[in-house]
Design a protein around this ligand. Structure first.
Ligand SMILES: [Zn+2]
Ligand SMILES: [Zn+2]
Length: 317
């Protein structure tokens, strides 16, 4: 199976994004890059190098609905004359701004984020939205865990790998154990477990880190020989990465527990103590990171949580 990585520019701190052209019948693109002039030009050049154009794309598959991955889905679909777009139905970001959701505001408030910070996060996020067109639900086909995406030369199996986002999916080619993993697996950094409402019960917070650990183990069960991530170089030694990730997660949990005073702390306070130099959108990512580790520590009995003044306050028992 001819899997061709194409690196595309993004306006984001993370740098370029990898999208994957599956040059088989039907011609398929996994992720699209953000909606930005330079990205469109680079995508056209990448397709041209394979003697293809956007019109040849029959299928667009989204690993998840972050702007750097899904931004061009709608315009590519239109230009390719109604190519099919696939996304997991737990992935709500393609529909509307995540931070505009009532549930998300509630999550930020209960994490102890001050109102002025929530307001500036919302403004920053409004700015990010320009890099993606929203996709209406009825334009998307659902990615179903375990299903096969068929090509004339073989298939990719859909693996639901929640954690970074609730609806993140990876794609496994079992014949040679190649995995296309989006932001589930990145060679140099552990992916941020982005704070989200639980798709099953939106009044609750998605237990992103617990879900993520299960996803990592699930990917491992395929004994991958090559993992293509959403950013950076491919991973050839998944075992090394798996152990390094587990170690980093343990260290970060210890760091989170370490900054909690006797009187307790909110996730916001923990994030400011752990990542004091962050600003802009990184404050949202920092509080996501903190909350994920605190939730996980609580599930392990290392913390208790109680509501005080509308905020969740974590304490060591
Ligand atoms: Zn992402
Ligand atoms: Zn990404």
């Amino acid at each position: 199976m001819n899997i061709i990585p194409i690196s595309l520019p993004t306006p984001f701190y993370i740098g370029p994004v990898n999208v994957y052209l599956i040059k088989e019948d039907p011609i398929t693109l996994i992720d699209t890059g953000p909606k930005m002039k330079e990205t469109i030009a680079a995508l056209h050049a990448g397709l041209r190098a394979e003697r293809l154009s956007v019109k040849d794309i029959r299928r667009i598959i989204l690993t998840h609905a972050h702007e750097d991955h899904c931004g061009l889905a709608r315009s590519l679909r239109d230009e390719a004359r109604d190519a099919e777009v696939f996304v997991h139905n737990w992935e709500t970001g393609h529909r509307a701004s995540r931070l505009e959701h009532e549930e998300n505001l509630r999550l930020l408030k209960s994490a102890g984020v001050p109102d002025t910070e929530i307001e500036s996060m919302r403004r920053l996020y409004d700015d990010v939205r320009q890099y993606a067109d929203s996709l209406e639900d009825n334009y998307c086909r659902e990615l179903v865990d375990g299903a096969e995406l068929e090509f004339n030369t073989g298939a990719l199996r859909v693996i639901h790998t929640p954690g970074h986002t609730p609806g993140s999916c990876s794609f496994v080619r079992e014949a040679d154990r190649t995995v296309i993993a989006g932001d589930c697996i990145l060679k140099r950094i552990t992916p941020n477990p982005v704070m989200s409402p639980d798709p099953i019960d939106p009044t609750r917070r998605f237990r992103s880190l617990a879900e993520y650990l299960v996803s990592l183990a699930r990917v491992r069960s395929f004994a991958p020989t090559l993992v293509y991530g959403g950013h950076g170089q491919p991973v050839h030694d998944f075992e090394e990465l798996f152990n390094r990730y587990l170690k980093m997660i343990r260290q970060r949990q210890a760091a989170a527990l370490n900054v909690i005073p006797k009187s307790g702390a909110t996730a916001w306070e923990v994030s400011r103590a752990m990542f004091p130099d962050t600003d802009d959108v990184h404050r949202f990512l920092a509080v996501s990171e903190a909350v994920a580790h605190l939730d996980y520590a609580e599930s392990e009995g290392k913390l208790t949580v109680e509501i005080s003044d509308g905020h969740e306050v974590y304490r060591k028992p």
